[in-house]
Design a binder for this molecule. Structure first.
Ligand SMILES: Nc1ncnc2c1ncn2[C@@H]1O[C@H](COP(=O)(O)OP(=O)(O)OP(=O)(O)O)[C@@H](O)[C@H]1O
Ligand SMILES: [Mg+2]
Length: 324
C-alpha cells in the first residue's frame, strides 16, 4: 500500500495542456475521485500516474519513491477502464491469472490468489465462463478482480461503471466502496458523474482544462465550492446578490418555500417529481435581487406545490456561500 504525490505535473499535447501544473497528495488507503467534464484531463492524470505516458514537467511519487521516469511495469498499479478490456478467448479464471503470470507467479499459489480475488468481487463459481457469457456488471467485476489479484499498491479506476445501467451502477458503487475499504487500498477513481463522486469518495478533485479547481471533501466541495465552475459542476447553484456587491450561492435544498408569505414573492414555474425529492423551478416576481429564476428542492412528503402557484422564497444567510 502506498500514497501518491503529484508535484507540478503537466502534460502538453501540442498547444493543449491536458494536465496543467497539478499538485495532489492521496494518502495511503484514501479514496479520491477525479471529477470533471469531458476533455478536462482525467484520463491523462491516471495515465501519468500509471506510467502509460510521461509528464512534460513535474514529478510523481508513489510510496515516497520518485517514479517519474519509471516504466509502468515497475509501478505495481491495478487499472480498470470503462471498456472491460478482458481477453475474450480466455476464461474468467485465466483472465484473473494473467497479471500473476506476467509477474512469474504460477501454480497453486496463483490459483489460490485468483480464486480469492474472484470471491472478493462475488464471482466465485463462474471461473470457467468466457467474458461473452457474463453480464456487463459481471465483466466489470472480473476486470476488478484482475486489477487487485496481484496486490497492487494503488488502484486506478477510469469510469469503471460508466457502461452500466443506473441500478447496477449503484449496486457496484456500494460493492466497490466496501472492497476498497476492506483492502485498504489507495484508490483514484475517474468519473463525470457528480453523484458517484460525492457518494464514494473521501475527497474529490475537480478538474477543468487540465487545471485543479478544488480538492476537498464531498460536503465541503458541494457547499463551499472554490469557484463558480465547481459550484455549477457539482449540482444546481442559485446565485444571489451579496450586500457587498459580490455573488453568493445557495443550494436548492437550502431554499425554503412557504405559502404564507414572509419571503420573496415567486411563482412556481415547474414542479419536477424526482422520487424522494421534488424540484421546483421558480420565477421571482419581485426580482430586485439579481436572481430572477431559482431552483428549490424539497423532500416529497405530501402535497407539493403546482405550477402557477404563488409562494414566498427565503433562505438563511448562513447557507449563502460567496463565489468568484
Ligand atoms: N494522445 C493524445 N494526443 C493529443 N491530445 C490528447 C491525447 N490524449 C488526450 N489528449 C487531449 O488532452 C485533453 C484531455 O484528455 P483526457 O482524455 O485526459 O480527458 P478526460 O477528462 O479523460 O475526458 P473524457 O471524460 O472524455 O474521458 C483533451 O483535450 C484531449 O483531446
Ligand atoms: Mg477519460
Amino acid at each position: 500500500m502506498s500514497d501518491i504525490r503529484l508535484e507540478g505535473v503537466s502534460k502538453r499535447y501540442g498547444s493543449v495542456a491536458a494536465a496543467d501544473n497539478v499538485d495532489l497528495t492521496v494518502a495511503q488507503g484514501e479514496f479520491v475521485t477525479i471529477l470533471g467534464p469531458s476533455g478536462s484531463g482525467k484520463t491523462t492524470l491516471l495515465s501519468l500516474i500509471a506510467g502509460l505516458t510521461a509528464p512534460t514537467a513535474g514529478r510523481i511519487f508513489i510510496g515516497g519513491r520518485d517514479v517519474t521516469a519509471a516504466p509502468a511495469q515497475q509501478r505495481n498499479i491495478g487499472l480498470v477502464f470503462q471498456s472491460y478490456a478482458l481477453f475474450p478467448h480466455m476464461s474468467v479464471l485465466e483472465n484473473v491469472l494473467f497479471p500473476l503470470g506476467v509477474r512469474k507467479i504460477g501454480g497453486a499459489e496463483a490459483r489460490g490468489r485468483a480464486i480469492e480475488a474472484l470471491k472478493q468481487v462475488r464471482l466465485d463459481g463462474l471461473e470457467n465462463r468466457r467474458p461473452s457469457q457474463l453480464s456487463g456488471g459481471q465483466q466489470q467485476r472480473v476486470a476488478l478482480a484482475r486489477a487487485i489479484v496481484f496486490k497492487p499498491d494503488i488502484l486506478l479506476l477510469d469510469e469503471p461503471l460508466g457502461a452500466l445501467d443506473r441500478k447496477l451502477r449503484e449496486e457496484l458503487q456500494v460493492e466497490l466502496k466496501q472492497l476498497q475499504r476492506t483492502l485498504g487500498i489507495t484508490t483514484l477513481l475517474v468519473t463525470h458523474d457528480q453523484e458517484e463522486a460525492l457518494s464514494l469518495s473521501d475527497r474529490i478533485m475537480v478538474l477543468n482544462h487540465g487545471k485543479t479547481q478544488q480538492v476537498a471533501g464531498p460536503a465541503e466541495a458541494y457547499l463551499k465550492p472554490a469557484n463558480r465552475f465547481v459550484a455549477e459542476f457539482l449540482g444546481i447553484a442559485n446565485f444571489v446578490a451579496l450586500p457587498d456587491g459580490g455573488q453568493g450561492l445557495v443550494r436548492p435544498e437550502r431554499i425554503r418555500l412557504s405559502a404564507n408569505g414572509g419571503g420573496k414573492p415567486a411563482r412556481i414555474v415547474e414542479a419536477i417529481y424526482l422520487g424522494q425529492m421534488v424540484r421546483y423551478h421558480l420565477a421571482l416576481t419581485g426580482a430586485l435581487d439579481g436572481a430572477p429564476a431559482m431552483v428549490a428542492a424539497a423532500p416529497f412528503v405530501g402535497p407539493a406545490y403546482s405550477p402557477g402557484e404563488q409562494v414566498s422564497v427565503s433562505w438563511e444567510s448562513a447557507d449563502v456561500w460567496p463565489v468568484t
